[in-house]
Design a protein around this ligand. Structure first.
Ligand SMILES: [Zn+2]
Length: 496
């Protein structure tokens, strides 16, 4: 299986390199803004859409006369920026189209001008990119040191591009590579349901809990103070610049904490759940099978490299590289760990934008990063040979009893314990565990529309309606009202 993925790591730059990177980012931003203005002009005068290729040709003409400074940067930076602009328009028109069909709620998002005030931004380079254990060679920028050793693969991958970006004074590079990985054998373990909740990040039906670091909420007070300090500084002063930097660093930290927690959670849920002892044993096994890492040396033109010539790495570096290699092998899906990987993962297809309209919940929901959680679950399940199911957003995962299937009419958010109303069942269970179990039940074999299928959306059949009526004798079941918007992916949509 060939996968395309990115490796993002921090750069360790000196002052000259920082200046060069700033120039590149500036050129990319200039090209984007210039292209946007040009597109608007051309459209207004001729009604024609001008493509990135034409814009690039025009820009090259301009370089000779008006923009000589652009020769200082790699040609990729403005070129790729113009390509991004084309993408921005493609997505804008896609959303306009969706809006006409009534499938898009928000604004279509017309591309806007980029400003330096919102961060220096980024630029993408293509062409001759070489990755070494502790450095990366980029066109025009030369060799840049990396802070992390051995994370980005140095061989066996096809490097597509590298994106350099700035975040509150720190510089990062994201290397996009095409990678050939062994086909993941399908997981055979019990299906799991994952309830994404608010006070916890995720509750798995097998009992595993991922706590939410509440990145934003825990920093609100400090953010407020930093904002206040910034607003009190004289405009244009050095102290104001310092205060702005402090605030930017705080926001960057919040984003990093959240990103880290999300990646850890999605990896934990999709990858094989090994016990610590099993994990240690597997680690030792991989370590024994791996060869000593060799240094990567740039090949001279026209000279064949003898295998004996490749120098071995310094001991400390070799250790770090090997550690990374073991880590990478450990997370691969193999036939050996198929029995501990779930066959199916069921997620709730939550209506995030709708929930954010609830003012009390908005902050908590943004703090979890639900959309990103689902995106990561999407590709990580594919990498691990698992099937991802999305339960319909009207499936009553919290209101339904996971033992007898009785559906409560109301389940307040403050009720943390689910108590079944049926005297015969009288199940008492944690609210989130109950929801996760309900989701898992959707996937347990035989995966047929059960009585609860009724709640998967608008398309229920009379037969299913009858089945449901049998189940709840009091007939207190709430059917989704006709007013609720039609869902694009009705029912269970299978991804991957
Ligand atoms: Zn019950």
């Amino acid at each position: 299986m060939q996968i395309t993925r990115g490796y993002r790591t921090e750069l360790d730059l000196n002052n000259k390199q920082i200046t060069a990177c700033k120039k590149h980012a500036g050129a990319a931003r200039y090209a984007y803004n210039w292209g946007l203005k040009r597109k608007q002009e051309v459209y207004q005068t001729t009604g024609r859409r001008i493509s990135a290729m034409e814009l690039h040709r025009e820009l090259n003409q301009l370089k000779q006369s008006e923009l000589p400074w652009m020769y200082e940067v790699s040609k990729c930076a403005p070129q790729e920026a113009l390509r991004d602009l084309d993408d921005a328009f493609t997505h804008f028109f896609r959303r306009v189209h969706l809006k006409k069909e009534g499938k898009w709620k928000g604004p279509p998002g017309y591309p806007t001008f980029k400003t330096k005030r919102q961060g220096l931004g980024s630029f993408r380079l293509t062409g001759s990119i070489h990755v070494y254990e502790q450095a990366i060679d980029l066109p025009r920028l030369g060799r840049l040191r990396l802070k992390e050793c051995g994370y980005v693969p140095t061989s066996g991958v096809n490097v597509l591009s590298a994106t350099v970006s700035e975040e509150a004074g720190r510089w990062f590079v994201s290397v996009q590579v095409e990678e050939e990985v062994p086909d993941p054998p399908a997981g055979t373990s019990e299906p799991i349901g994952v309830d994404v909740c608010i006070n916890r990040l995720a509750q798995c039906s097998d009992g595993r809990v991922v706590e939410n670091p509440k990145a934003l909420r825990s920093e609100l007070k400090r953010l407020k103070r930093l904002h206040r300090r910034l607003s009190r500084k004289t405009k244009g002063s050095q102290n104001r610049a310092k205060a702005r930097m402090k605030l930017a660093r705080k926001y960057a930290r919040i984003a990093h904490v959240r990103r880290d927690a999300l990646h850890k959670a999605t990896s934990l849920l999709t990858r094989a759940a090994l016990f610590p002892e099993e994990r240690a044993a597997r680690k030792a096994e991989i370590a024994a099978s791996l060869a000593e890492p060799k240094a990567k040396v740039k090949r001279r033109k026209g000279k064949k490299m003898q295998p004996a010539e490749t120098p071995s790495l310094p001991e400390q570096v070799a250790r770090k590289v090997k550690k990374q290699q073991i880590k990478q092998r450990l997370r691969q899906a193999t036939p050996a760990n198929a029995h501990v990987r779930p066959a199916v993962v069921v997620l709730e297809d939550l209506h995030v934008d709708g929930m954010k309209r609830n003012r009390k919940l908005a902050l908590s929901i943004s703090d979890v990063g639900l959309g990103e959680f689902r995106r990561q679950m999407g590709y990580k399940t594919v990498w691990q040979g698992e099937t991802l199911l999305l339960a319909d957003r009207w499936f009553p995962s919290t209101k339904r009893c996971s033992r007898c299937g009785n559906v409560k009419e109301e389940m307040d958010l403050s009720q943390r314990i689910y108590v079944c109303e049926k005297s015969a069942c009288s199940l008492v269970i944690d609210r989130d565990v109950n929801a996760a179990l309900n989701l898992a039940a959707l996937a347990s074999p035989p995966r047929q529309p059960g009585p609860y299928r009724e709640f998967l959306g608008k398309g229920e059949t009379p037969v299913e309606r009858g089945a449901l009526a049998d189940l709840s004798q009091d007939g207190s079941v709430k059917l989704p009202s006709a007013k609720q918007e039609p869902d694009i992916n009705y029912g269970l949509s299978i991804h991957g």
